[in-house]
Design a protein around this ligand. Sequence first.
Ligand code: FE
Length: 206
Amino acid sequence: MKKWKCTICNYIHEGDAPPERCPICNAPASKFILLEDGTEGKEEKETIRPEREKETEPGKPETALDKLMDTLVRHHAHPVSVHIPNGMLPVTVLIILLAWFFDSTLLSKTAFVNIIFVTLSLPLVLFTGVVEWTKKYNKAMTALFKIKITAAAVTSASCLIVLLWFIADPGVLDSPKSIIFILLNLIMIGAAGLAGFLGGKLVFKD
Ligand code: FE
């Protein structure tokens, strides 16, 4: 049985021909390379960033930004940093729902503080996400990446709106507009969950 490797996400397919589309990142069959028996480990190093390596001219010095980006990818800066909002957001939205349901000022204030920290973590998460997408996936624009980028944009935008809305109207949960505010929070948690799910699919290949 032949083994084929997706050069975008490194998914391994077994069969006589590569799949029409990568089941993980949706890359077309042309992005698959044939692995010879026993060469998987050797090929790994050669195919992880093929496009970028082709672009780099021999002898051309790496810029400081390149070095920083390589270091961030090597130390998994995106998966690490993304767990700040991914961990805090579900709790924050739950606190907002409880504050709304029980009409609690204390819970409302707690949610406000939480959303400040989530918003502060987003620039780092977005930056490391772009770094990983650039370095590890050669800025691939398959369906998976399009959805993931959209989900990240929706999460970030809704988070910023929730924070600014809280600042402008601290009593929003008591106002008639509270339903819209709650809906915005649910959109935010849905988009964050989708981005996280797709990130997990890329990393774990299942
Ligand atoms: Fe793939």
